[in-house]
Design a protein around this ligand. Sequence first.
Ligand code: NAD
Ligand code: AKB
Length: 322
Amino acid sequence: MKKDITRILVTGALGQIGSELTAALRTSYGADNVLATDLKPAPQPVLDAGPFTQLDVTNADEVEGIVRAHEIDTVFHLAAILSATGEKNPMLCWNVNMNGTINILQLGVKYDMARVIIPSSIAVWGPGTPPCAPQETALKPTTMYGVTKVAGEVLADYFFLKYGLDVRGLRYPGIISAETFPGGGTTDYAVAIYYDAVKQGRYTCFVREDTALPMMYMPDCIKATMDLAQADLSSLKHHADFNVGSMSFTVKELADSIRKVIPSFTIEYAPDSRQAIADSWPNGVDDTAARNEWGWKPAYTLDEMTKDMLERLAAKHAAGLI
Ligand code: NAD
Ligand code: AKB
């Protein structure tokens, strides 16, 4: 039976997804019931918005102290090292992603938690994956980040089978947002392009113009995460590895979408080491299981996202915030 979510811990809460997910969770569950944590210290606006504690997820004792002191029954575990940073420092990626995850899972069992949510990624796939990645297919990533995401999914499913811990996870595509700049991923170009379009009217892209990857706008990412967390356990056949799709586009199509709003926008290409990572991932995902098991349905199209992103970033630019 599904248990109620009441006292929430968010790890990695200052990151791209955490900064917006924390706010959404506070709206749904009450500001004082959502403890935001991160390795980094929080700036004043974050401290003003609700409870925050600095926390290193690789330190099991420190995490347990927080779980006990705040009577945590649910964790949204977002602390991680992403693909591009992970290739620069693979052992850091292994340490944070694997030890952070096992610490959270073990505490989930020890404190009989209602739910543990651990995001996965399209990085679980590698070369040879069908262009539209099926729910069930070989997982052979060629990045350390991908290795940790595959291991994290398998570990989480093991904790469900062995201990009955209600762990859930989604394979996010590249997430696009205007609130917090992404932290060291390969899909960061799909965010940076909007910032540079607004600030300079041009962008130099670190992957080729024909690079096509699955992407999702942040409001859909937040909705997917909150909806999966609240889904009926009895309707779930999958647990930690749901494919979730929204849109897929090439960089050229993305630039064309921006030109519908900023006709003078120009783009150049200077592919770097992140091209190989992008080339190892599929172009799209089949998310039939998420649609059937918990009703997943994205809302935004590419052009709707572009309009919203450019409006938000233009307002931030005008206010001197970017
Ligand atoms: P991010 O890099 O923006 O944020 C991660 C946060 O974790 C950072 O604020 C960082 O300070 C923190 N952190 C790093 N090491 C830590 C440690 N030892 N202890 C505590 N905190 C630590 O990442 P994000 O984009 O917000 O990603 C959140 C989750 O979603 C990750 O699991 C990531 O793999 C997954 N994901 C993200 C995307 C995306 O496009 N953003 C796509 C697929 C999957
Ligand atoms: C990255 O590029 O590393 C992330 C991801 C797709 O997991 N955005």
